[in-house]
Design a protein around this ligand. Sequence first.
Ligand SMILES: [Ca+2]
Ligand SMILES: [Ca+2]
Length: 186
Amino acid sequence: MSMSEFRLAKLTYVFERFFDTDKSGTIEKEDFHLAVKQLCKVRKWSEGGDDFKAVEASFMKMWDVLRKRCYKEDNEKISPEEFVQLWRNTGKIDEWEKVYMDLMFELQDTSGDGVIDEDEFAGVCDSFGVNPAEARQAFATFSMRGHVAVDKKYYEKLWKDYFGSDDPASPGNYMFGKVSFADVLQ
Ligand SMILES: [Ca+2]
Ligand SMILES: [Ca+2]
């Protein structure tokens, strides 16, 4: 079964915005190093400090599971096609995907209270170069204007919708800070 344009646009956006940090066209280990630096800059965490090291360890774990999942003997790069291929199985959450989801939740819940609030969300989006106003609009949409607490359980529901659903009305579509995907595949 082929993938819908809409899902392909969502996956392409995540690939370009949240994985290929250096915009080289493929995912490599260096992208993760860069993401750590950008995030710690936004958080004002000094390089080499404990917070920095914890985030770095998480990102390196992420790279490791992703690399193993996509491993080809030819290189240490993950192409957009290989990345999209990872999300064919929509029925369950893969091991590497669970690592990624847990990491993204922990990164955003800076206060550690088990809930992602608007400022926490906007901060991480900012570190990945997402437009801040759009990120806040996206947060308002998937949190139902703050009426739904974005805890782990709700986050997992949003996640399944983002990566698995073809429904343009799913609140999960907004969870990476983008409100429209019309421009992604152009
Ligand atoms: Ca790259
Ligand atoms: Ca929090």
